[in-house]
Structure formats: C-alpha cells, structure tokens
Design a protein around this ligand. Structure first.
Ligand code: SF4
Length: 213
C-alpha cells in the first residue's frame, strides 16, 4: 500500500526549519473548494519505507545533534486519517515533526508534533460543517496540540462556498480562540481579515494571500 501521494523539501511548511513535507492520500472532508483533490482521491505513489529511505539518504551527512535538523511534516489530504499515520510517527520520530491537519481526528497518545497548523474550514450549508459542532472539535484539537512549540490556526477563503461563510467562521473564531488558548498564531487570507476586522477590531495574526486546502 502506498499512502504518500508526493513529497517536497521546503523552507515554508515548518517554522524555522527546512522540512520534507509528505502528502498523505485521503481526507475525511470533501470541501468543494479543495485544491488538493488529486491528493485526496489518490492513489498514492510512495510507501513509507520508500520515503524513509529517500529522506535518510538525502540527509545522510546531517548531524543528529544539529539544532536546525531537517523536519518531516505530515500533510495531505488529512494525514491523521491514514491507517499508516501511527507507523509514520514512529518511523520519523527521531526528527522534528510537524503536521497540517483539519483537527477532526486526534491521535490517542501524547502530541508528538513540534509544529502544528490547524487548517480550519469555513462552515456553512454547502460545507456540511455545523459552526458550533466544528468549533468544539477545534477546541479539542487546540487542547491536544497546546504543547507544540509552533501553533498556527489558518483560515482560508472558500470561493465556491462564498466569502460570507468564511467571515462568519472567522468572527466565531476570534471570539473563541482567546478562551481556549491565546498562544496560537492566526493566519487569514486578507479578504477575510479585512472584513472581520471591521466588526471585531482584531489586530492579531498575519496576512496571507494564498488560497490552499
Ligand atoms: S480542503 Fe483540506 S480538509 Fe478539505 S477536502 Fe481538501 S484536503 Fe481535505
């Protein structure tokens, strides 16, 4: 079985480190605005063993005590959905680990990730995610990952759903985040932030222009 659709070495997916990002196939959501449909629907092209061999040989000369050690980021799709997720955590646990997740599935063991991006989806009729229920799931995920060194919530616009859903979600989020944990970065697309700021006078978070899943 090949759970990895693709991988990339980059400087942007893990704060402060270079990292190999592994894109797991499959997702427990089917967002209409998903820009990773080919990853979500698979099939995968690499086994975990192939990934391990590739990463180990690419980084053969890297010192194990080097503080800037190259990390491994689990992305997708939704990596926690994979039946290979736990095996992957064990396989790469000697490296700094990062994850990009929608937060709906949580591992049953202590958080092993140093860097976490919770990618929150706009709720609304077409997304099938109920705002209150979804915020509860995000609350659980924020508590689970609270020990991670780098924590970011990312909310992107959803062109197909319409911007109203995303702004509504952002406003709920702004009210909700400080009550759960205030050391999360909040990362919004500019159009959502501009609209939300008008109502909530939110001054935190960074601005990004990318739209991604
Ligand atoms: S946008 Fe993210 S959560 Fe939604 S289907 Fe695509 S990969 Fe899954």
């Amino acid at each position: 079985m090949k759970p990895i659709y693709d991988y990339v070495l980059n400087m942007s997916d893990f704060k402060g480190r270079a990292a190999f990002t592994l894109f797991f196939t499959g997702c427990n959501l089917r967002c209409s605005f998903c820009c990773n449909k080919q990853i979500v629907e698979g099939p995968g092209r690499y086994t975990l063993d192939e990934m391990k061999t590739h990463i180990d040989s690419a980084l053969y000369f890297e010192r194990k005590d080097f503080l800037e050690r190259t990390g491994v980021v689990f992305s997708g799709g939704e990596p926690t959905l994979s039946t290979y997720f736990n095996e992957a955590v064990n396989m790469f646990k000697d490296r700094p680990l990062g994850i990009h997740t929608n937060g709906l599935i949580l591992p049953k063991y202590e958080n092993p990730f140093e860097a976490v991006v919770l990618s929150i989806k706009p709720t609304g009729q077409r997304s099938g995610l109920h705002n209150g229920w979804y915020l509860e799931q995000i609350s659980r995920a924020m508590k689970y990952y609270r020990g991670a060194k780098h924590k970011m919530i990312r909310l992107v616009d959803a062109p197909v759903e319409g911007p109203v859903d995303a702004i509504d979600m952002a406003l709920s989020l702004f009210e909700f985040v400080p009550t759960v944990c205030d050391d999360w970065e909040v990362y919004l697309t500019k159009d959502i932030r501009d609209e939300a700021e008008k109502e909530m006078r939110w001054k935190g978070g960074e601005v990004c222009d990318q739209r991604e899943g």
